[in-house]
Ligand binder design. Structure first.
Ligand SMILES: NC(=O)c1ccc[n+]([C@@H]2O[C@H](COP(=O)([O-])OP(=O)(O)OC[C@H]3O[C@@H](n4cnc5c(N)ncnc54)[C@H](O)[C@@H]3O)[C@@H](O)[C@H]2O)c1
Length: 292
């Protein structure tokens, strides 16, 4: 089985920074990459702030944080990231962007390097086929926020070999995560169930069945969900929610996965949820305020 000591993470957004955080705490050296320097700086700041919060809550020891932070190196050079034993791609949920990343990465990889994608919905088999190593390619789907959520979904592409699967599963467990295996169908398990529910909540708003507040309160208190579906959509990122709906709609060719036009409108407006300051709620003030 391949030994993992260094982990490359591509994309320093919400997920990439969260994955770098958990890997560094588990003792791995991490190379965090992004095309945007400000995302790298912001990602590192987020990691530091979140680790401090974990120390304050007694979830990790101060010396664990002090040991973990220097293990994270930021860089926008794929040549540096390419030297890692395992590379986890966590860039924007767009198939063309992801394929271009894997193509640019190819010349920098060592023979044994394992490639993984954190995609929420895109076919692992298709992404793997754009690389020179489909047998050493796998889906490692972390949940948001990665430092707190216990699950990693593992998705094997058609060509993924047993050694890659076992190494990836052992790696996820070494981060303190529980794994669930999903077959390589659009959106796998978690998002196949979760994202159509969020889309349905948006239809409920679109059709005037309830207000943002009523829908979220109803699902929090009526279904015992920790967050309402619109709040959750904002938390995930509405661009990501829309991409996942499009993957389900196109991949399964079933009209029940039609993205709600109101979701499309929010994304077109650049109201992507928490990360852009506005979505179904406005986050720019002291407390979130519904935008409809
Ligand atoms: N948001 C969630 O709840 C969630 C949960 C699980 C998995 N995911 C998946 O994780 C991935 C990232 O999602 P996110 O929420 O972190 O998005 P995000 O928008 O917060 O971050 C995406 C990052 O990718 C970077 N990027 C874009 N093109 C790049 C390139 N060519 N090279 C390097 N970096 C590039 C962007 O600059 C940005 O910093 C997506 O595949 C998404 O489906 C998201």
């Amino acid at each position: 089985m391949a030994e993992i000591k260094t982990v490359g993470v591509i994309g320093a957004g919400q997920m990439g920074s969260g994955i770098a955080h958990v890997c560094a705490l588990a003792g791995y050296d991490v190379h965090l990459n992004d095309v945007a320097q400000e995302k790298l700086d912001q990602g590192l700041k987020t990691i530091e702030r979140n680790m401090q919060r974990q120390v304050a809550r007694g979830m990790i020891a101060l010396d664990a944080m002090q040991a973990a932070l220097p293990r994270i190196h930021i860089s926008n050079d794929l040549g540096i990231v390419g030297k890692s034993d395992l590379i986890i791609e966590a860039a924007t949920e767009n198939e063309e962007i992801k394929k271009a990343i894997f193509r640019s990465l190819a010349p920098h990889l060592a023979e044994a390097t394992l490639l993984a994608s954190n995609t929420s919905s895109i076919s692992i088999t298709r992404l793997a086929s754009t690389t020179d190593r489909p047998e050493r390619f796998i889906g490692l789907h972390f949940m948001n926020p990665a430092p707190l959520m216990k699950l990693v979904e593992i998705i094997r592409g058609i060509a993924t070999d047993v050694d890659t699967y076992e190494t990836a599963a052992r790696f996820a467990q070494s981060l303190g995560k529980t794994t669930a295996n999903a077959e390589d169908f659009p959106a796998f398990i978690v998002n196949r169930v979760l994202v159509p529910m969020i889309n349905e909540a948006i239809y409920t708003l679109y059709e005037g069945v309830g207000t943002v507040e009523a829908i979220d309160t109803a699902m929090r208190l009526g279904a015992n969900h920790p967050m309402g579906p619109l709040e959750l959509g904002d938390f995930i990122g509405l661009d990501t929610v829309l991409s996942i709906m499009n993957v389900l709609h196109e991949g399964l060719a079933d009209s029940k996965y039609r993205p709600c036009p109101l979701l499309v409108k929010y994304v077109e407006a650049g109201w992507l949820g928490r990360k852009s300051g506005r979505g179904f709620y406005d986050y720019r003030g002291e407390v979130p305020v519904p935008t409809r």
